[in-house]
Design a protein around this ligand. Structure first.
Ligand code: CMC
Length: 429
């Protein structure tokens, strides 16, 4: 696809010299100034901590309009995908660029099952971690460990092996995630089953045990499919950028994804879903359910505290994923007959945020992490597994972004510059 229009030139005038910089736009008319020649022409670099205003690539994968609250994968609206697709269709779409037909869907599903077992030696890794190990640490270790079991797939020129890598990562890391949960509660692990679909298989590995037989509830399987679709990609976010940065050095896909999992773990990124629940629990126990005290803390410039699950770098209106997640949370709780005081509290907190000038002036709204944790909680998934769920969902996005980067003929190693502000040269005394 890669639709680009040249729009002429922008002029930078500095110190009496005019430098001409090309301007172009993408398929949704977002404009960019191409500054690649800036340093050569002027000796200057651009300065943009946090990459607030820096485009690092042209991409066909995901489109976001943060002002209008639009999110599309490969041109399809997130609401449409969440309503009509299974997670594996969306994974296929992100990686291959088109939704699968029935035959492709069946093949992909069967391949995911074929690769779902972990090598038995990897199973023993779980025994070496303490019970309280955070499952994000284990997941990242398992991702990079896959490269030791399948080193023949490290060769990036072997394009025909990409499907194997993709299915191995999607399938085996889901299995590893369920194993890490079983390990943390001291229960025997449950192997994946050929007869179950991707999300059903995960739920079975999480909740089946030898004394309590477990039947996958279709409501939960549907909810999980939707949640993973909401997580599936978000263009050049922190973890995707990490995956690409590591991959740009020539590191293999497993190593790149392992690094991305670590980035996602951070509380300002995917880790926020765990912190939202912990914050709500603290409001309930320490502040007797009074949301205003915590709002005042979040607004206090002398307090580093931030409201978890609120605000976003790109969305300056309601996060479209949060809208879907909020409705889904209500539906899952109603169907399962769960009455969770944290949900009422979350709604109160959201109302207080939306009514407060501080948040309105800064365009801060609930983000995806505000309601997804509450839904995972209702499904029986423990709090420290929430970010793992996000990682399983984000896997196809990371892979799609990594592949696009690798296939880009203009791709180069990621290597930002800096303005040095330290000592001038000085002698050692
Ligand atoms: N609570 C209170 N104030 C906030 C918050 C918040 N959650 N988020 C931003 N602000 C304020 C911030 O203090 C600043 O105020 P001022 O202009 O007076 O200095 C202003 O809003 C802009 O904030 P920023 O830090 O410049 O924004 P950013 O784009 O660098 O950060 C963010 C985005 C998501 C890290 C931030 O909003 C945040 O820390 N949110 C809470 C953590 C969270 O929920 N993260 C999940 C993000 S969505 C899922 C994902 O990306 O994985």
């Amino acid at each position: 696809m890669s639709k680009i229009n040249d729009l002429g030139i922008a002029k930078l005038i500095y110190d009496g010299k005019t430098t001409e910089l090309p301007v172009f736009e993408g398929s949704e008319h977002e404009k960019a100034v191409d500054i690649r020649a800036l340093r050569k022409e002027t000796g200057m670099i651009t300065y943009d901590p946090g990459f607030v205003n820096t485009g690092c690539c042209k991409s066909d994968v995901t489109y976001i309009d943060g002002e209008k609250g639009i999110l599309r994968y490969r041109g399809y609206d997130i609401n449409d995908l969440a309503e009509k697709c299974e997670f594996i269709d969306v994974a296929y779409l992100l990686v291959h660029g088109a939704l699968p037909n029935e035959k492709q869907h069946a093949e992909f599903s069967s391949n995911l099952n074929l690769h779902s077992l972990l090598h038995e030696d990897m199973r023993h890794f779980f025994d070496a971690y303490p019970d309280h190990a955070h499952p994000m640490a284990t997941l990242s270790a398992m991702a990079v460990s896959l490269s030791t079991f399948y080193p023949e797939l490290d060769d990036i020129s072997l394009q025909e092996n990409i499907d194997y890598k993709v299915t191995r990562l999607l399938s085996k890391l889901r299995t590893a995630a369920a194993f890490s949960f079983k390990k943390s509660i001291g229960h025997p692990i449950v192997y994946p089953k050929r007869s179950l679909k991707y999300c059903e298989n995960f739920l079975n590995m999480m909740f089946w045990n030898p004394v309590n037989d477990y039947e996958v509830d279709p409501v939960l399987a549907k909810a999980l499919n939707k949640l993973l679709i909401l997580h599936a990609d978000h263009e050049q976010n922190c973890s995707a950028s990490v995956v690409k940065m590591v991959g740009s050095a020539g590191a293999n896909l497993y190593a790149s994804i392992s690094a991305g999992i670590c980035a996602l773990w951070g509380p300002l990124h995917g880790g926020a879903n765990q912190h939202v629940i912990e914050m709500l629990q603290r409001i309930l126990t320490e502040d007797e359910g009074d949301v205003h005290r915590i709002i005042e803390r979040a607004k206090d410039k002398n307090d580093p505290f931030r409201l978890m699950g609120v605000g976003h770098r790109v969305y300056k209106s309601y996060d479209p994923r949060a809208k879907v997640a909020k409705q889904m949370c209500k539906d899952v709780l109603a169907t399962m007959g769960v009455n969770d005081p944290l949900v009422d509290l979350a709604q109160k907190l959201e109302e207080a945020v939306l009514a407060d000038d501080y948040f309105a002036e800064r365009s801060l709204y609930p983000n995806i992490d505000f309601y997804t944790g509450l839904t995972y909680r209702a499904m029986g998934i423990p709090t420290n597994m929430f970010t793992v769920m996000f990682a399983i969902g984000r896997m196809p996005g990371w892979i799609a972004q990594w592949l696009e980067m690798r296939e880009d003929p203009h791709g180069r190693i990621g290597r930002p510059r800096q303005i040095y502000t330290g000592h001038a040269q000085r002698p050692v005394i």
